[in-house]
Design a protein around this ligand. Sequence first.
Ligand code: BJW
Length: 238
Amino acid sequence: MSIGPENILILTGAGISAESGLGTFREKGGLWEKFDPMKLATPEAFADDPARVLEFYNARRANLADAKANAAHFALAELEQAWMMAGRGEFTLVTQNIDDLHEQAGSANLLHMHGELLKTRCQACGHLYTDAGPITHGAPCSACGKPHGLRPHVVWFGEMPLGLDQIYRAMDRVDLFIAIGTSGTVYPAAGFVQEAKKLGAWTVELSLEPGEVSEIFDEGIYGPATEFVPEWVAKKLA
Ligand code: BJW
């Protein structure tokens, strides 16, 4: 009997980068406990006080400079490589994270649905820069020359996440959906499990603890990502 392809779609959240020293959002001591997201992560907050918002994101850029990919990021990159080499099916990695740790680990088919911390976008002309340094308030865009238009290339509340067409196209063919290190609080990402289930996929939640939409998943594996993701990948590749 021949076995058909198995298309994998993985969604990651802040929990996968927690053991690399990057804070999560909604846990005790998380970013949104220390800072008000409505004052920092909305287009209205940026319009109201761009200097305050840039200070927050510049500090996070500086913090990211010291962060290294961990065993969970490397395990997903290894799974992708093995899956593609053996022609076992499609592999799509969607991350809500704005860090670059999946890239550091070598993941290739990767979508940053909430943007990228190390990119800057000009609101006037849409030009994208990759730059780890601070974004200077009021600086002119080097492409169009307009001042005051530079902002972090991240998706704030009320803005449309990136790559949704591509994500839903991959979702149409998904056989296995895995959510790793995400609380299932933020939509549309939190709704992906429901979509995947409707399309007949097996769904797995892999996190430190059950999240907000936990009951929808077929299977839950709970523990630190650096232990449980490599273990899960090793089993999948065995
Ligand atoms: C570990 C671990 C370890 C810890 N190992 N695990 C219904 C439908 C559609 C939209 C909405 C809706 N209801 C409301 C909305 C609007 C809104 C929304 O969802 N609000 C909710 C708060 C209710 N959504 C939006 O505005 C989005 N846009 C939008 O909806 O556009 C219109 C649209 C409609 C319909 C279809 C399509 C579009 C945009 C959301 C933008 C989110 N932006 C942020 C900030 C990005 C920039 C930045 O970083 O500053 O994205 S908010 C923040 O939350 C960040 C994250 O990506 C996101 C998710 O957080 P995540 O990753 O889940 O982190 P935590 O902290 O919540 O959880 C961490 C987990 O890890 C925990 O469970 C731990 O247990 C676990 N963990 N250590 C394994 N070692």
